[in-house]
Design a binder for this molecule. Sequence first.
Ligand SMILES: Nc1ncnc2c1ncn2[C@@H]1O[C@H](COP(=O)(O)O)[C@@H](OP(=O)(O)O)[C@H]1O
Ligand SMILES: [Mg+2]
Length: 353
Amino acid sequence: MAPMGIRLSPLGMAVFCLLGLGVLYHLYSGFLAGRFAFFMLSEPAAGGPEGPRGSAASVDLRELLAVSVLAAVRGGKEVRRVREGNVLNEKAKGKTREGAEEKLTSGDLLSNRRMFHLLRAAFPTVQINSEERVDAADQETVSWDRSIPEDIKEKIQPKEVPAESVTVWIDPLDATQEYTEDLRQYVTTMVCVAVNGKPVIGVIHKPFSEYTAWAMVDGGSNVKARSLYNEKTPRIIVSRSHAGKVEQVARQTFGNKTVIIPAGYKVLALLDVADKNQEEADVYIHVTYIKKWDICAGNAVLRALGGHMTTLTGEEISYTGSDGNEGGLIASINMDHKALIEKLPDLEKTSHK
Ligand SMILES: Nc1ncnc2c1ncn2[C@@H]1O[C@H](COP(=O)(O)O)[C@@H](OP(=O)(O)O)[C@H]1O
Ligand SMILES: [Mg+2]
């Protein structure tokens, strides 16, 4: 009697191997086709003197920093021009989850247009996420002369990264609510560059005092941490117009006497900033939903200087994919960030009180 079990004839073995090879070929050719399609679909990097350095597949972070600073400053000029002309064309663009009105002005739109088109012209292959919509029909012709400011040249070395790993976040006018109330000192324009979701370049510009802070992780910065922070009874900086339950959380964590400062420019308040219109604080806390363009630049600047910005449960925030950050945030520098998070009350319980 023949033994039990499956026995393949040499012909069967050959058919089996051919099938296996067929499957492998199918999978691999699909992958290659995908890569090929990516290169065909990406817009080619502009060549010549006005094109970005490197091939379409890579970008130089130092150049991205230089053009981000320029974009924040140019956007800031629009923000100032509209405010000084006093024709804001203020509208409501919707409501936040908490029911606060989200405002939109000509300052937001004109700044966005300036910032977006400059960054797009300089780096046509990178993903740019901007707070305001850009009209597809609006083909503003701008170019970048590729000059790198001296202070950036002195502190930062060129560094190439794959273009597909980069996400740029633009906030053309942060603190729109305060802008409409003519609280000019709170207003900033911001650009952030994330590489594989990690915030790497942050630029925060104050249009009305013409102050600009920039920093690049593992690179350098034009701003530094203060020499002293109060860890025991920190002054907490919070949103002025989207506070949510932040005061309650701050008092539960650090006691009833905690000083709470509602303002704009929150990350700058944690740093040594040479601007006269700048409040100082030790910790920044935000408990409601917030968009990534509102926080990415500050996160990058803090990270570059050795500080931290995480969700309220201590997770890093990833700056790719969706626009929103759900987990609130806490930011600090030269402090035991983990210890701060452990002190925070359980937000689930707080929200049911
Ligand atoms: N709960 C919330 N939902 C949506 N947006 C929020 C928010 N809390 C803060 N923001 C946005 O974050 C930015 C900073 O707010 P604040 O200064 O109050 O902290 C503001 O955007 P804008 O950039 O449009 O002004 C504000 O609208
Ligand atoms: Mg904003």
